[in-house]
Design a protein. Structure first.
Length: 462
């Protein structure tokens, strides 16, 4: 066998000597073994003149351990579900991971060059201090790298918490995927919750050290909570509609801190900051801007995706405790609070009271033909129309010229307003406002009498 060339090989050979000599018929083993320095054999090994201090060795070990730990934290973050949905975060982490690997390799190469020189006496141990000084002065020093990783972990945690409140809503990974979603066949309206603060994948640690990230700003997080609440109110109200689409994306936008809502109509962006309408006097509203249904009297036929109700022949509907069996009325199934606007197209009717637009509390009676079960003829419903007996005054002028009526509910302010929305333009004309104090959710409803009369919900928006 060949002669040992390393200390480890030499020690292994010494341990194996009894077996080797026995195989050769030798009956004795040496009690001394000499190890010759590699330098004398021409291998160029470093002659140990000066050892490295314990403090320096510990600092080397701590530096390598810190870099390896950050790399492992980065690997853990890459396994987070939210990272798989947002390419910006994934690419950022991948760049950070590569940076840690490069720093480890660079540091090890430097040690491989410096340590032998110190051991051979060709360099002082202070040269090792210079290595650490250069590392500390770099923008990619351990402090900045650790802070950078703290930031990205915080960002992942914040986004994860918000996504937890938007469970079930589709996440799109880029603008191209967003375009495909809002342009999909059958989608008339789309609302996209947008995280606006996610950066690109570049690692600019100097800039990061001099900025206040959005995920550490209380006012930004408070704003994002309000945007999320409003977005989820929209989603809960319209999630069953086949014409509305709800999405989540991450698109950098400097004008909006943390989050905003993009609104699309028929594939075209309407606004990049959709929000609740401002509180204002409903009598001063001059411009306009979809919806759902539930119970219907058997003389009412629902059509057009349950947006149109027409009075006609008796229909066979399943018996239901909430169905109106005496009056030709129907309520929408979505309870409303907050602020809502919808428009209704209606037929003129044989008499002014044949068609009515109303809202009512859920407790309104459904069984029987008593007058106080009609929409608007009690204290728990309000309707737009002319009561034929005028014993309940709701509106007192001719409605035959109105082809479409806009309804604006401001539940917190206690107002229910009606507008002439017949114009082909965006113009609205205020007709009447009820003022009351709502004590519970209200349900949009309609009263339709005489064959062929109808109401058709044409537009509804929160």
């Amino acid at each position: 066998s060949s002669n040992p060339t390393t200390f480890e090989e030499a020690m292994k050979t010494i341990a194996e000597l009894p077996r080797i000599l026995k195989e050769k018929g030798e009956n004795a083993v040496p009690i001394k073994v000499w190890l010759t320095p590699l330098k004398t054999l021409g291998y160029g090994g470093a002659e140990l003149v000066k050892d490295i201090s314990v403090d320096s060795l510990r600092r080397i070990e701590d530096t390598l351990e810190a870099l390896k730990e950050m790399k492992e934290r980065c690997n853990d973050s890459l396994d987070e579900v939210v990272v798989k949905h947002f390419p910006q975060i994934k690419h950022y982490l991948q760049n950070f991971q590569k940076l840690c690997s490069d720093k480890i390799s660079d540091f090890q190469r430097t040690l491989k060059r410096v340590l032998p020189s110190i051991r051979e006496g060709r360099a002082d141990e202070s040269s090792l201090n210079n290595v650490f000084d250069d590392l500390d002065k770099s923008p990619y020093n351990l402090g900045n790298l650790s802070k950078c990783l703290d930031y990205i972990e915080r960002e992942i945690n914040i986004i994860t918490s918000f996504l937890g409140r938007m469970e079930g809503i589709k996440i799109v990974q880029n603008k191209s995927e967003l375009d495909r979603a809002v342009l999909a066949t059958g989608v008339n309206h789309a609302f996209c919750f947008v995280f606006t603060g996610l950066k690109n994948a570049d690692l600019n640690l100097d800039a990061m050290a001099n900025e206040d990230p959005w995920y550490y700003l209380d006012d930004t997080l408070d704003h994002m909570k309000k945007v999320t609440d409003f977005f989820m109110d929209l989603y809960r109200a319209y999630k069953n509609s086949t014409q509305l689409c709800f999405l989540v994306a991450a698109i950098q936008h400097q004008n909006y801190k943390g989050a905003t809502i993009y609104q699309y109509k028929e594939g075209r962006m309407i606004t990049d900051n959709f929000s609740k309408p401002k509180i204002r006097d409903p009598r001063t509203i001059k411009k306009r801007s979809h919806f759902l249904w539930n119970t219907a009297n058997n003389y009412l036929t629902l059509s057009e995706d349950n947006k149109k109700a027409t009075c006609g022949t008796w229909q066979t509907y399943p018996d239901h405790p909430q169905r109106f069996d005496g009056h030709t009325q129907v309520l929408c199934k979505q309870p409303l609070t907050g602020r809502h606007y919808w428009e209704v197209e209606w037929s003129a009717g044989y008499m002014p009271s044949d068609v009515r637009i109303a809202v009512a509390y859920k407790e309104i009676g459904r069984k029987g033909r008593m007058n106080d079960l009609e929409l608007g003829c009690n204290k728990i419903s309000w309707y737009f129309g002319v009561d034929k007996s005028e014993s309940f005054v709701r509106m007192v002028f001719s409605l035959t010229r109105l082809g479409r009526v806009g309804v604006y509910l401001d539940w917190p302010a206690g107002t229910l307003s009606f507008y002439d929305a017949s114009s082909n333009s965006d113009k609205l004309v205020h007709l009447y406002t009820f003022e009351t104090k709502f004590s519970e959710s209200v349900y949009p409803g309609f009263y339709i009498y005489y064959p062929s009369n109808y109401v058709f919900l044409k537009i509804s928006l929160i």
